[in-house]
Design a protein around this ligand. Structure first.
Ligand SMILES: [Zn+2]
Length: 332
């Protein structure tokens, strides 16, 4: 048993309380490798933004859970080296799918876990979430739960259709489970293809897809039922067209990739939405930078020469999100 406190990590409790009060959101960035982690920490340290490092099932399979945890521990020290005196870094399990997995993360030094039982029937979702909360809270580890179903594919989490969260369920759910935050479904979705062209309209000037707006009425209804309760948005990448264009220009093939417009996320960040998950955008930045190097310098074979530019582009992306979308800069 390792306490996250020994590792210099923090849970989400205070982070979220401050974010709701201050009208901003905490970035939750997924990481799978060193360059991504360096970019996240550098961006957070330079902007003095609290940050949530997320480990998904796919990341655990890819990079190994043990290694990722020690990387997060190292990230705290790296942040200090960068001049961030009291780093506000949370290590969070993204989409935990069983009690055993959540328990193993709590025991291993994670400061926050998500139990995603949203695909189960309502009462089973409550029972499993409560079991995780009861265990995690003994160690002051915070728990995110989910109500409603998001569409799209994120690692091994996938659903063809979304079902918006039912506002009439949230009070009962939050009260009976004791969860610390709630991921809701209001039209965001996982991946770089959040909407089909049929769901979108096309901008006549640019020919680009314009996605349907998020269901802010559902968010408003949830906030009315649960005033001041921390709300989480998954699948909130905006799929920056500059990266999509770069990927396509340098030999990639991402037709009609489309995400959530940043102005909608900006609006959400000012509300009780206090954690916004971003993964696909950094994948796009990484891929765009690597493709550019490969196309322009085909003789290059030192991974540092293409992972380095990828890291730089991700750092720029993370800083942009922190400063211009979430508003969490200067809050840690
Ligand atoms: Zn998610």
């Amino acid at each position: 048993m390792v306490s996250f406190k020994e590792l210099g990590l923090v849970n989400t409790r205070e982070m979220f309380a401050k974010a709701i009060k201050g009208g901003y959101a905490i970035p939750a960035f997924n990481f799978n490798n060193m360059e991504q982690l360096q970019a996240i920490i550098k961006a957070a340290a330079e902007t003095k933004s609290p940050v949530i490092l997320q480990v998904s099932k796919g990341a655990r399979n890819y990079a190994n859970q043990t290694l990722l945890r020690y990387m997060a521990q190292g990230a705290v020290e790296y942040a200090k080296e960068l001049g961030w005196e009291h780093p506000q870094i949370c290590l969070h399990l993204d989409h935990g799918d069983s009690f055993e997995l959540c328990k193993s993360c709590v025991d291993f030094g994670f400061s926050s876990v998500m139990i995603d039982a949203s695909s189960l029937p309502y009462e089973e979702n409550i029972a499993l979430t409560k079991k995780v909360v009861d265990y995690a809270h003994q160690y002051d580890v915070t728990v995110e739960a989910e109500l409603g179903v998001l569409a799209g594919v994120e690692d091994e989490v996938s659903s063809a259709v979304s079902h918006y969260t039912k506002p009439e369920e949230v009070v009962d759910f939050a009260t009976r489970t004791g969860c610390d935050s709630l991921a809701i479904s209001i039209g965001t979705s996982h991946g770089a293809y959040k909407f089909t062209p049929e769901q979108c309209t096309r901008d006549p000037k640019t020919g680009r897809l314009v996605p349907p707006p998020l269901a802010f009425d559902v968010l408003d209804a949830v906030m009315e039922k649960l005033p001041g309760f921390p709300i989480v948005l998954h699948g909130s990448s905006s799929v920056p067209q500059e990266y999509v264009d770069m990927i396509n220009k340098y030999g990639g093939k991402l037709p009609d990739a489309v995400g959530i417009p940043e102005e909608q996320l900006r609006k959400a960040a000012k509300s009780a939405v206090c954690k916004i998950n971003l993964d696909s955008d950094s994948r796009l930045a990484f891929t765009a930078a690597v493709r550019k190097v490969f196309a322009e310098k085909p003789a290059e074979f030192d991974p540092r020469k293409y992972c380095g530019p990828a890291r730089d582009l991700m750092t720029e992306l993370y800083k942009h999100k922190i400063i211009n979308v979430l508003g969490s800069d200067g809050k840690a």
